[in-house]
Design a protein around this ligand. Structure first.
Ligand SMILES: [Mg+2]
Length: 431
């Protein structure tokens, strides 16, 4: 079953002004939709980052996959490696230092893994379709029928400062009371059974207050906070000690595995990361240091779904736990995340998802991928089990063409409001 055509379509979806340690989300988030057609007429789908650099590499690799068998994933990986390692200097860019942004260095393991993943997922979709089996079966078979996700709470502005973008339906959220309201709506609409708070925005003492307000209002729901390395080690230790017994984990309070381990030795809750352990070469140091203890997997930058299974095995071997990271994503990615979530033995926490923040999608709504009690059912149809709405893809491509956003950059829109803003971390040196 050989590849005869690959179509790569950049799209843009509206994104609310969500705040983080780097700045604020832009008016639009970018994704690439990858459509792979085979010699027997099957079509497989993938979804990944949509920044210009990613598009460059996807378009460079795609013609080289013409005629390749969709089961020959190792060969596809070697083509990706060859393309990126040979032509790493072929584009020069001035990239923002985005958290989780994997594309800064074409020769890096993480960048090559991200590009490979973009092709691996549609090939697995095709393998599943040709066999009449869901992707979770190709990954070893599901250990659970539903995958749980958490309410992903953000501090936010009421609207983007840029006009003419209208206010979203969530309003301004900059106080503990407003955050409790945001959480109440998200829990009532999606049924989430756990809470993730994106921190690193307000002074740490105020974020502690927010965590306590959420705990008081939702005593049965575990809470975690992710300040994206906005704190010094001293601040992180102080926050961790103040919130002793209140957090299921503390996510990336500081930068770097050694600093994370220093914090981990002084606080009671586990430390989690999607910033300091983001590819396989990062794992030995984490094992040596004994922290972070929770890896936030993400098939988009760990090299696809099969490599995520390898990560799961390593976590089981070394006593680490898995949770799952999310960037803004649509339904193809949600399906892929759910197939992996279904098979991962080390998955010990609800996964992150940005789904509640997106008002647009590219898949035909399905019962399986609809949130109930905070979880979605593992699709049982062949492949990923999603039906893509190609008219929606076309409309969001048109939005991409006109929106002006070409690279994820949370710093510049914040700087437009605060000219002294750098986005540098750590930002908070005291409670
Ligand atoms: Mg994170």
């Amino acid at each position: 079953m050989r590849i005869t055509d690959i179509e790569i379509t950049p799209i843009a979806v509206q994104d609310p002004p969500l705040l983080n340690s780097e700045g604020v989300h832009q008016t639009h988030a970018l994704r690439s939709i990858i459509k792979v057609t085979t010699s027997n007429g099957l079509v497989g789908w993938g979804e990944t980052y949509g920044d210009d650099v990613m598009l460059h590499w996807l378009r460079a690799v795609a013609p080289r996959l013409d005629g390749v068998d969709v089961f020959d994933l190792n060969h596809i990986e070697s083509i990706v490696d060859d393309e990126l390692l040979t032509n790493a200097d072929s584009i020069t860019t001035d990239l923002p230092a985005g958290a989780g942004y994997p594309m800064a260095n074409a020769a890096s393991v993480k960048t090559r893994a991200a590009v490979f993943s973009a092709f691996e997922v549609p090939c697995l979709d095709l393998q599943g379709k040709s066999l009449g089996r869901p992707v979770s079966d190709l990954l070893g078979g599901r250990r659970r029928d539903r995958v749980e996700y958490s309410a992903y709470l953000f501090y936010k502005w009421a609207e983007h400062p840029q006009k003419p973008y209208p206010a979203d339906s969530w309003g301004e959220v900059l106080t503990p009371e407003a955050m409790v309201e945001e959480c109440r709506r998200m829990v009532s609409e999606y049924g989430f059974q756990s809470i993730k708070l994106k921190g690193g925005v307000l002074p740490p003492a105020q974020e502690i207050e927010t965590v306590r307000a959420l705990r008081a209002e939702f005593p049965d729901l575990p809470v975690r906070i992710d300040p994206n390395a906005a704190w010094t080690a001293d601040v992180a230790i102080a926050v961790g000690q103040h919130l002793d017994g209140e957090l299921e984990y503390l996510e990336d309070p500081v930068s770097g595995t050694r600093a994370m381990a220093e914090v981990a030795r002084r606080v009671s809750m586990p430390l989690a990361t999607n910033m300091c352990v983001t590819s396989f070469p990062d794992i030995p140091e984490a094992v040596r240091e004994g922290a972070p203890q929770v890896i936030l997997s993400d098939h988009h930058f760990w090299g696809g779904l099969r490599k995520s299974v390898e990560l799961d095995q390593l976590c089981a071997t070394f006593g680490l736990k898995l949770s799952m990271h999310s960037n803004t994503h649509l339904g193809i990615s949600l399906a892929a995340m759910t197939h992996f979530g279904a098979v991962a033995r080390s998955l010990a926490y609800s996964c992150d998802t940005h789904t509640p923040w997106q008002t647009e999608n590219i898949i035909v709504p399905s019962e399986e991928l609809t949130f109930k009690n905070g979880s979605v059912a593992v699709p049982t149809g062949p492949g990923l089990g999603v039906e893509v709405d190609e008219d929606a893809v076309a409309a969001l491509h048109e939005q991409w063409r006109t929106c002006g956003v070409r690279t994820r950059d949370d710093v510049s829109p914040m700087r437009a409001v605060d000219p002294a803003w750098t986005g540098d971390v750590p930002r908070f040196f005291t409670l």
